[in-house]
Write a protein that binds this ligand. Sequence first.
Ligand code: FES
Length: 128
Amino acid sequence: MRHVNTNCGADEWISIAPVSEIPVREGRNVRLEDGTEVALFNLGDERFLAVENRCPHGNGPLADGILSSAGGSVTVTCPLHSWRICLESGSVAKPSGQRGCVATFPVTIEGGIVRLQLPVRAVQEAAA
Ligand code: FES
């Protein structure tokens, strides 16, 4: 049996890409060392949002979705079946009543580089 312990007590920031490599109003998939895929979106005006790149409905690639802004929140529409995911909270905006959500990641810009904050995680141990 394999056990995975997650420690979210400390965080680390990692550099992802130059701001100029992510076009305004588009998303890009970023694969982290641990295999996690992150959908990073450029909202313009040096504002970026990032969520796990896995739609809660059927694992669709959110980085390939269409951004929209309405009612003060920013959502992405999944390219597979059109669920809309709020990029600030990671929750499902449409269809209503769905309880799924995706992880969100704080993003900052430093010296023209997009940086992502990750929880320090995963002490993995295998037990026989
Ligand atoms: S996989 Fe995203 S809406 Fe179905």
